[in-house]
Design a protein around this ligand. Structure first.
Ligand code: SAM
Ligand code: SF4
Length: 478
């Protein structure tokens, strides 16, 4: 691969650095006149992988593309520009993206003007960007998480100057305001309250791919929430890798609990937030969640492991005991709260006994939902350098055991809904049957229900008839 002088390649060492430089807010976004009509008569297709932060970034990318005159295409086959917004959290997420890039080669062969771009977290990794450059000539554009706002000039260079553009900054990052947004949902919206992460859990690549923790100012966030209310949105989710650390990087005496309360007062019917790190979860937050009816009683509280030694090696800053204390306090103080979690099995050298400690916590907490993963070594992270004596088969068995256990409790929890009437915010009709609708309860339970005269975005009272492990079935009632 011949490195071009104007390429900016990712550098993990740079991405690790944290300084005391103040965070810059940039709010002057303009599309150069020469680029304003680049998209006229052309279409784009966005494929998004990974977490809600990526979903929200894709809405910004779509907003910029709309502003350049592009129209959205129904699928990749009909697009002039295809952007894959990628995830780097585990190796299998990357394999999925490489598979998709591979399958796009045919379209590129048929249409050499097709622009295939890879952006997001995977682009921030040196190794992956090098693989894309060497093995996937169909990828004409690579950019990272810090420069979505440069999309117009990057696309111009690819489309008009026929360059292969690679621009991945490895830095702490800024806060960009006033970027265009094309929201994909009409009744539910994401609201970024902060970017990046400074926790550096030893297994996690996010602090390298997304930069340092940068909170948006409360005025900007609240203005966005008011705007969403005015547009008729029914539910918002406040987003950040670690929302309860909100504001710690700003020189203001204003916490996530304060932000949550002011957001609730704006009056959007449903407010959610994610993700919460158990270490920063304050008493004031618990009180605020309990105090407002429109803050949903559903908390995602990643456990990761139930063993103190593993938690220490993960750099999680809490113990099993302090996690359980927080869990008990939430259960006692937030009426009807549902708690979900993330768990990693097979962290390097995890013993059977340490894994048992995780199962013990699951037995105690009986989580409403859990996202469970096998540890995946991420290049550049401390855990990736740890020798690991546990074989993959053992890790797979542990994952299976864990899933069987939490599924049993999730079903038990869901059974408690049978016969009850719950309020559901309707997401849409089933693709197979126009009379079957789906949506979520306040506690974030997926409900499939029958009924007539229902519209997407309606709040509907649903009588639950049958509980399953991952969803509830019922019928609409008056
Ligand atoms: N910020 C959130 C927190 O602190 O819990 C999580 C963000 S991460 C996008 C979502 C989940 O992916 C984590 O909670 C963790 O369980 C999992 N994860 C992160 N790195 C991983 C790795 N290297 N291998 C397996 N799972 C991982
Ligand atoms: Fe990753 Fe830990 Fe930050 Fe969550 S808190 S994003 S797991 S480093």
């Amino acid at each position: 691969m011949k490195i071009k002088p104007d390429w900016v390649l990712p550098n993990l060492r740079e991405a690790q650095k944290r300084t005391h430089q103040p965070i810059q807010t940039v709010d002057s976004f303009q599309i150069d006149e020469t680029m304003q009509f680049l998209g006229s008569g052309k279409t784009y297709y966005l494929s998004t992988f990974g977490c809600q932060a990526n979903e929200r970034d894709s809405e910004t990318l779509a907003g910029i593309l709309d502003a350049m005159g592009f129209a959205s295409a129904p699928d990749e086959e009909h697009a002039d520009v295809i952007l894959l917004n990628t995830c780097a959290i585990r190796q299998n997420a990357e394999e999925k993206v490489l598979g998709e890039v591979g399958s796009l080669k045919r379209l590129y062969r048929e249409n050499p003007d097709l622009v295939i771009g890879v952006c997001g977290c995977m682009a921030q990794e040196e190794k992956l960007t090098n693989i894309l450059l060497e093995k996937y000539p169909q990828v004409r554009l690579i950019f990272g998480t810090h420069n979505l706002q440069e999309l117009p000039s990057m696309l111009y260079d690819v489309m008009m100057n026929h360059k292969r553009v690679v621009k991945v900054y490895s830095k702490e990052g800024e806060v960009y305001e006033n970027l265009p947004v094309h929201r994909f949902g009409k009744h539910k919206a994401w609201v970024n309250i902060m970017y990046g992460c400074d926790k550096f859990c030893t297994y996690c690549i996010v602090p390298y791919t997304r930069g340092k923790q940068r909170s948006r100012t409360k005025d900007r966030i609240l203005a966005e929430v008011r705007q969403l209310k005015a547009e008729g949105y029914k539910e918002i989710t406040l987003l950040g890798q670690n929302v309860n650390a909100y504001g710690k990087d700003l020189q203001a005496d204003y916490s996530f609990a304060d932000l949550l309360a002011e957001t609730a007062q704006i009056g959007i019917p449903r407010i959610r937030f994610m993700t919460s790190h158990p270490w920063d979860f304050s008493d004031a937050m618990i009180d605020t969640i309990a105090a407002y009816d429109n803050i949903m009683p559903a908390v995602h509280l990643p456990l990761q492991s139930g063993d103190n030694e593993i938690l220490k090696q993960m750099g999680r800053r809490y113990t099993k005991e302090s996690y359980l204390e927080l869990f008990d306090t939430m259960k006692a103080r937030i009426p009807n709260v549902a708690i979900s979690t993330d768990i990693i099995v097979g962290f390097p050298n995890e013993t059977d006994e340490q894994f048992e400690h995780t199962l013990d916590v699951v037995r105690y907490c009986k989580f409403d939902n859990a996202y469970t993963f096998i540890f995946s070594a991420r290049p550049g992270t401390p855990a990736a350098r740890m020798a690991d004596a546990v074989d993959h088969e053992t890790k797979q068995k542990r994952l299976q055991t864990l899933n069987t256990l939490w599924n049993r409790f999730a079903l038990e929890k869901n059974k408690q809904y049978e016969g009850k009437v719950v309020q559901v915010l309707t997401d849409g009709a089933s693709k197979r049957n126009a009379d079957v609708w789906s949506g979520y309860t306040d506690t974030n339970k997926l409900v499939n229900f029958t009924g007539t005269g229902i519209h997407t975005g309606d709040f509907v009272n649903v009588q639950i008839e049958t509980a399953k492990t991952f969803s509830l079935d019922g019928k609409a009632v008056l």
